[in-house]
Design a protein around this ligand. Structure first.
Ligand SMILES: NC(=O)c1ccc[n+]([C@@H]2O[C@H](COP(=O)([O-])OP(=O)(O)OC[C@H]3O[C@@H](n4cnc5c(N)ncnc54)[C@H](O)[C@@H]3O)[C@@H](O)[C@H]2O)c1
Length: 333
């Protein structure tokens, strides 16, 4: 049965795709966003894609008065919490801003949810909570050793949600640890549109292909991987979004905290991604090998077996689909 779901950060990259899939599954949506890293234009696209009027609360998730008014106005059943800051390097330079937004935002939200009696929450966590993995694939039981401020804010929110659920057995919480979301909606209507320069490989490749950037810098080709470049688990953002719909259905059956990796379960090297993007855009892309970035990990990819088993979900779209959809989105902008 359709429920009314609040998506915080719903104008952003992942949140907008989640909103589309939730609407497709029959849920009614409310979006909260402060547009620090997105634009209201995403809401217009979302309204077209979902066919819903999509009430928008243009507010910061730390704004307690706005949250109180939101829960009083809309009969929310569940929340998907995507709002937050996510740039790893910026987090190192501005730790307080990251703790304030990510941890402060979660505290304000959980407080408002508790007051409103809404106790179902899906949280956008991240594989960065694992830090440098001891082994691959990375399962949910792997050691948690986040190596960045950003990763530590994510782990702190996980801990506060686990403690909240322990204090009150009515809570139903999914901690979804995303690997590397990439790609865009196949319609070309929504995709990654950060306010500042792209930091992730696929959007950078799209910028090179579109002539907005000269070349792609490959950070190191001397890692102990098959071709020497870093290996990551790229998951199509539409698959990721479907995982949230499945997680919400799971929480209806299962109280307490469920921790899940959302990834393909396969690693792709930087050179493999470049080759896939070249197939998608039909031209060769200039690349230059530069030094490794401090703190970068040679390889990590998910063990998604728990999500496969508990949710009946698996990532279905491959690297070529990711690149084709990312390129279509970039070409439209
Ligand atoms: N994209 C990734 O690579 C990735 C990987 C793992 C986890 N995540 C997590 O998933 C979530 C969504 O990521 P994304 O890639 O869509 O990022 P995004 O920046 O595109 O989306 C986040 C959205 O939240 C909004 N926002 C930020 N701070 C806010 C605040 N204080 N109040 C209200 N709105 C706020 C932004 O304007 C934006 O629309 C984030 O929590 C991120 O940490 C992302």
């Amino acid at each position: 049965m359709g429920r009314r779901v609040l998506v915080t950060g719903g104008a952003g990259y992942v949140g907008s795709h989640i909103a589309v899939e939730l609407a497709r599954a029959g849920h009614a949506l409310v979006v909260l966003d402060n547009f620090v890293n997105s634009s209201p234009a995403a809401l217009d696209a979302l309204r077209r894609l979902t066919g819903q009027s999509l009430p928008l609360v243009a507010a910061d998730v730390r704004d307690r008065a706005a949250l109180k008014a939101l829960f009083a106005r809309h009969a929310i059943d569940a929340v998907v919490h995507c709002a937050g800051l996510k740039a790893i390097r910026e987090g190192e330079a501005k730790p307080l801003a990251y703790y304030d937004s990510n941890v402060g935002g979660a505290i304000a939200l959980v407080d408002a949810m508790t007051a409103a009696g809404v106790k179902t929450l899906v949280f956008s966590s991240s594989a960065t909570v694992y830090g440098q993995p001891d082994a691959n694939p990375v399962s949910e039981d792997a050691p948690l050793q986040p190596g960045s401020v950003y990763g530590r804010t994510k782990r702190t929110v996980e801990l506060l949600l686990e403690d909240t659920a322990r204090s009150d057995r009515q809570w139903r919480v999914a901690l979804l640890r995303y690997f590397n979301p990439a790609g865009a909606h196949p319609s070309g209507e929504i995709g990654e549109a950060p306010s500042s320069a792209a930091e992730n490989l696929v959007p950078i490749l799209a910028e090179v292909a579109a002539g907005r950037r000269q070349e792609i810098e490959v950070y190191g080709d001397d890692y102990p991987t098959a071709d020497g470049t870093g290996v990551r688990d790229y998951i199509h953002v539409a698959d990721l979004a479907e995982g949230h719909v499945a997680a919400l259905a799971h929480l209806a059956r299962q109280p307490g905290v469920t921790v899940l990796n959302l990834g393909m379960g396969r690693g792709c090297s930087v050179l493999e991604v470049i080759a896939a993007f070249e197939r998608a855009c039909g031209r060769q892309l200039r690349r230059r090998v530069v030094a490794r970035r401090p703190g970068d990990v040679a390889m990590y990819y998910a063990d998604p077996a728990r999500a496969n088993a508990l949710l009946g979900w698996r990532a279905r779209r491959d690297l070529d689909a990711i690149c084709v959809d990312a390129w279509r989105w970039t070409g439209r902008r």
